[in-house]
Design a protein around this ligand. Sequence first.
Ligand code: RUQ
Ligand code: CUA
Length: 635
Amino acid sequence: MADRKSDPKTPELEDVGRRDFLKGSVAIGAGAVGLAAMACQPEDAARNANPDASESHAGQQGGLDPHVPPGKLDDYYGFWSGGQSGEIRILGVPSMRELKRIPVFNRDSATGWGSDDFSKDLLGGRTCGDTHHVHLSYTDGTYDGRYVYVNDKMAARLARVRCDTMEVDRITDIPNSQGTHGIFPQRHKTGLVLCNAEFRTPQPNDGRDLRDPAAYGAMHTAIDGETMEVQWQVLVESNMDLCATDYKGKYSFATCYNSEGGTDLAGMMAADRDHLYVFNLAAIEAAVAEGKTIKVGDSSVPVVDARGEDGPYVVRVPIPKSPHGVNIDPTGRYAMCCGKLSPTVSIVDIDKLDDVFAGKIEPRDAVVGEPEVGLGPLHTAFDGRGNAYTSIFIDSVITKWSIDKAIAAFNDETIDPIIQKIDVHYQVGHTNASMSETKDADGNWLVALCKFSKDRFLNVGPLHAENDQLVDISGDEMKLVHDGPTFSEPHDCVIVTRDLIHPSKIMKRDGPRFDYYAAMAAEDGVDLLVDNKVIQKGPGKVRVYMTSVAPVFATGEFTVKSGDEVQLILTNLDSVEDLSHGMCVSKHDVNFLVNARDTKSATFTAGAPGVYWYYCPWFCHALHLEMRGRMFVEA
Ligand code: RUQ
Ligand code: CUA
């Protein structure tokens, strides 16, 4: 257990207080987990309050160099969920430079997402969201560079981003679900994306069983990753947290932390063991094909009712105690279930699950190891060399452990599978490593997504930055090499070799958004790439088709009546990489981006009579400020 460094001379009392508070709050009701072990030890607090700064120069000591010089590119794309911001972010790894924000469930002033016509339609009137988990589509156990999927916990939605345009093209509402949390795509091909409902609700949730939690249930939902249509749901009795899929397309998994069916904190933590749900996909699909399903509420999606006992569709592998993360190692053999309130990771041998479904062995017999990794284990990443890296929330460490040794230690207590613990700052949630969720895990970089940064950055007021720390895992010892402040609050990330992602540089004019504009243009007999026209669509309705070439809008002025509904459709005819224009209409709450060869539109109500300048908000040319025109609003 290396790296338990401390400097007892400089404890920061405020931080000690915070750690005490966190330990206390998690310890409530933890019961058998061992409260004594959770008591704050002074040197433990000091160790975290004053990390060893000399660790920050791994690049100079034979490890990997995290420094990416000016003009050089990163080796990896990092896809980060933006949490409460409702977005996805792209970071370069190892520089940790933020390269892009992709608005998803949020409204974004810079791009117009959420206020332009297409995205407004897609979002159906919603303006915010809560993204937790980003995963890319797979083929043959590794990323195929086609799509990024992300969930919205707030409104139970799944969105898809195209990797060529890095824009959302589809959003699917998930029926009969609240708190959609864990998601995972299948890994053998771009197949299903599985989505877990974390909140149990009445089924259907139409006013019945309001105060009868015993009647609540939760849905494991399969969405086709190509069509984004909901295929089927499996109804189970308890909540589901994180999600995973195997590498063969046989199983999907969900951790359950509230097998008690409690509706308050004490109720949710009462049992010593909860479980890992294992879903048998072939059996479920056969049931769907044979019509052995029910319908719930207004939804036409077929539902397999698997509440209650283990059966052909679902088995429950007992796991201590309110498990959180479930991660599959790169060989595809083991599912690592983090105990959260138990200091253990339970290793489930996926090869034994056929026997569990066949009734030849008990579900718990599939657990082949249970190493003690620290207090509050949440998620596990892999290096492709047989090691696992588990994020430990309460201890604020990443624990590196040997998978083989952990399995051997299950029957031989003299074996210690723990290789190293490294401090992270502070209270780490997710962790992920380069290509960790693929068969090609390369063991170079690990990111620890810390929920608190406390003293690590300049104080910027009550809301601090999060701290996404970069750790070099290429050598025998983990080395912390970078602190990465992020705006609230990335929940998860995946780190993808750059060769697998091929974004286009000029907008391709295809997909649902262009279908939308093509239909509009056909209706009006307009060629979007040529025409500049003001079309009266009926009383009080005007469409303005406009093109632009830097630094001019082809339409320098147009006239509408006060109170008219105006739809302004702008096509950027420039074909130069990175030459974006946009449309801001003064005092009309209109601001959207139009990339090279793109078309976008927004609809607004013309205000009080007068002159309103519209202008290009993106610096596109030496005469960018002159790129504007007048909207005349008549009484
Ligand atoms: S959860 S900190 Cu939303 Cu991914 Cu584990
Ligand atoms: Cu176009 Cu600025």
